[in-house]
Ligand binder design. Structure first.
Ligand SMILES: *Cc1c(COP(=O)(O)O)cnc(C)c1O
Length: 417
């Protein structure tokens, strides 16, 4: 690996070496991260990065597209199969561009879109005031009615939808550990004539593997996602639609030329490889294990009276309030980081603390499950974490040594059969 960089650029090589070691010896619990196969990495580093392919297969602006057309078509066909979609756009450079291109395909400036409240689990791209997209569209919110169970207030959602007349209703989150009631979204959407979209950036892999419900089976119009989270592919985005060809065409136009320039063909090839991997039977097994592992960790936390937002988890992530340990999420993140456990501080519903130093931590199991961790190891990691939160610096040394053992005994696999 990296033989040319090593010879030609020692400065960059140093950073790669450091990151290799960090990933090998630490435990990655950030729920939006994962480890890709070497096949995905080879595609990302391939000669396809040299090619300009503005347009879509069969309709490009430049010549020389024999193989780029083939590889993009492969990615599209595999994505359709994986998610039960009729149309797929595999060009979005990442999740945020997929969101923005979808909004512009479905709305005019000043139109209203309804999404999940950000402190209740929604993502930055769902209308956080720091994003430019809020200057263009009007965001309204739905919330949980009970952070103890995670139940969404669908009645309030219906009332808001009737009053605000959103053009788009969005299901999706980056910090919510439960399943959404997709039927309710669709019925409210139909009632107010809104397009119903699911941003499944976090859970796409779990849907593809059949471990969670697929919004398309409940009548959703659009599904958009990243490809690098539970789906375990390259950093990138996708937008999927069902049956409605008119809608699919609008989305294609919105991605290119509306919003992006030339597609990253190397990344599209890597998406094709990732979708191929996710179509294998072993991926189903992987996604079920992710959820079993998250549940095992949540149980340990509960036994130690750590307050879990929504009371537990049905997916890959756990959101915990660490204030009962007398610390903020930021302090917990820092302490755990010293023991090579990487996760992130996170706001919790109606957080009394400041957003930059909130009360919660968010963690997830996609990456450690890729390394082969099962419930037993996950329970042990959770115990080590609780020990650190209770005993702070005094517990870090021991935990760090044990984490290194657990991690190095389970190296990141090069491929997934
Ligand atoms: C991660 C995420 C995104 C953004 O993806 P990027 O690739 O970081 O741009 C969008 N929506 C949701 C729900 C996410 O979790």
């Amino acid at each position: 690996m990296y033989e040319h960089i090593k010879k030609e650029d020692s400065e960059v090589y140093g950073t790669l070496e450091g990151e290799e070691k960090r990933q090998a010896e630490g435990l990655e619990l950030i729920p939006s991260e994962n480890y890709v196969s070497h096949a995905v990495r080879e595609a990302m580093g391939s000669v396809l990065t040299n090619k300009y392919s503005e347009g879509y297969p069969g309709r490009r602006y430049y010549g020389g597209q024999e193989f780029t057309d083939q590889v993009e078509t492969l990615a599209i066909e595999r994505a359709k199969k994986l998610f039960g979609a009729s149309f797929a756009n595999v060009q979005p450079h990442a999740g945020a561009p997929a969101n923005i291109a979808t909004y512009f395909a479905l709305m005019e400036p000043d139109d209203t879109i309804m999404g999940m409240d950000l402190s209740h689990g929604g993502h930055l791209t769902h209308g956080h005031p720091v994003t430019y997209i809020t200057k263009i569209f009007n965001f309204v919110r739905y919330k949980m009615k009970d952070a103890g169970t995670g139940a969404i207030d669908y009645e309030e959602m219906r009332e808001i939808a009737k009053k605000e007349k959103p053009k788009v209703i969005m299901a999706g989150f980056s910090a919510y550990p439960r399943e959404l009631d997709y039927e309710k979204f669709v019925s409210i959407g139909r009632e107010v004539d809104a397009v119903v979209i699911a941003d499944v950036a976090h859970i796409a892999g779990l849907i593809a593997g059949g471990a969670l419900k697929n919004p398309f089976q409940y009548g959703f119009d659009v599904m958009l996602s990243t490809t690098h989270k539970t789906l375990r592919g390259p950093r990138g985005g996708i937008i999927l639609t069902r049956e409605n060809e008119e809608l699919a065409k609008k989305i294609n136009k919105s991605v290119f030329p509306g919003f992006q320039g030339g597609p990253l063909m190397n990344m599209i090839a890597a998406k094709a490889v990732c979708f191929g991997e996710a179509l294998r039977p072993s991926f189903k097994e992987y996604t079920r294990q992710i959820i079993k592992n998250a549940k095992a960790m949540a149980e340990v936390f509960s036994q130690h009276n750590m307050r879990l937002i929504t009371g537990g988890t049905d997916n890959h992530l756990v959101l915990a309030d660490v204030s009962s340990f007398g610390m903020s999420g930021g302090e917990a993140e820092k302490l755990l980081d010293e023991a090579n456990i990487t996760l992130n501080k996170n706001v919790i519903a109606d957080d009394p603390r400041r957003p930059m130093d909130p009360s919660g931590i968010r963690l997830g199991t996609p990456a450690i499950t890729t390394r082969g961790f099962k419930e037993k190891e996950c329970r042990e990691v959770a115990e080590l974490m609780v020990d650190i939160l209770k005993n702070r610096e005094a517990a870090v040394g021991n935990a760090k040594a044990r984490i290194k053992e657990l991690a190095t005994a389970r190296p990141v696999p090069e491929s997934f059969e």
